[in-house]
Design a protein around this ligand. Sequence first.
Ligand code: ATP
Ligand code: MG
Length: 372
Amino acid sequence: MKSEPMSFDLGFVGGGQLARMSIMAAQRMGLRCLSLDPGRDTPASQIAASIEGDLGDVERLAVLMRRCRRITLENEFVPAEALESALLESGREPDCLIPGFDCLAVVQDKLRQREAYARAGVPSPCAVPADRANELPLPRVYKARFGGYDGKGTRTARTHSEVDEINQKVDLSLWLAEEFVPFHRELAVMVYRTPVITGCFPTMETIQVNHVCDLVFPAETDASGIAIAAVEAVNGFGLFGVELFESADGSLSVNEIAPRPHNTGHYTLDWGGISQFEQHVRVATHLSPMVPAGSPTAMANLLGQHGAVDWRKGLRNALSVEPRAHVHWYGKSESRPGRKMGHINAVGNNAREMVERARSAFYEAWVSPDSD
Ligand SMILES: Nc1ncnc2c1ncn2[C@@H]1O[C@H](COP(=O)(O)OP(=O)(O)OP(=O)(O)O)[C@@H](O)[C@H]1O
Ligand SMILES: [Mg+2]
């Protein structure tokens, strides 16, 4: 077996924007990072050392594990079994991975997540394997148990003919069906948890457009109790994004957990306190977390647009129209309509208006070849 020197503090399985922004936070502290990603010129590989390879490739994962003291994830889709095999192959102890295997195995299966919440008494929509969907009334929501993101893998059936259509299109053995929640709004909380300390970032309201997170701003409520209970229910240690439904009467239920930095926590890059990315790096490398505190901040995602030409024109226009905005661009090599390409933050009481104004200006200049 070829042996590589262990020269990196933190390794990332995946090299997208979450790895990139975490690496930026790690580098400020002088930590060295390595990412594994199938693509070239990825957001992470533009700023730090990288390995090119498939995320499920046990050999490549084992190389990453041998070279990094601690390993963390860009997303929760890499099968826990592949990581476990790579661990064996690399001779590393299981505690080098944040989050741990047990937590990851539960979180990456949306049905097991629902079962874990039910066992722990954490409110969450009732779910069954999709071939037992008729136990639930209509409307009901169908979800791919594995690999869904940005609403890919989520379908709502309101009528029997929509049920028939779903039955024809999907492999029911890999899907679940769950109660439809007529929520009033969606909330999100970033939770960090170590064996000695647990805490939360502020509760945010999130607005999704076409199932993709569009806007995030302070929710003026505190959902940290249920968010922490959800993380405990999946035996999670590390940093977690917890997505919640709030009903009109104020009651809360858990939608899902992501065991990593989360889109709804990007506002923390500019809020004046510790960012979710630095917290993630601290927890993953066994450094003390900081109690999060900062100013009210809003975030708007920048999604790939039809006819987009030069993003730098978007950047220039956004900052000229709203100089108080902070633009974050991920450096993805390809812009596809709807793809998360960057985001805009603004701080202050009218932060939401500021990010929306800046985003409109960004899009206007980005898709128009004539603007300067
Ligand atoms: N049971 C439900 N009842 C009503 N709406 C739901 C339900 N489950 C999901 N949704 C809606 O669909 C959206 C996407 O669902 P979910 O978060 O489970 O999927 P996802 O593909 O993992 O999304 P993402 O990657 O954006 O977090 C939710 O944010 C919510 O708006
Ligand atoms: Mg979600």
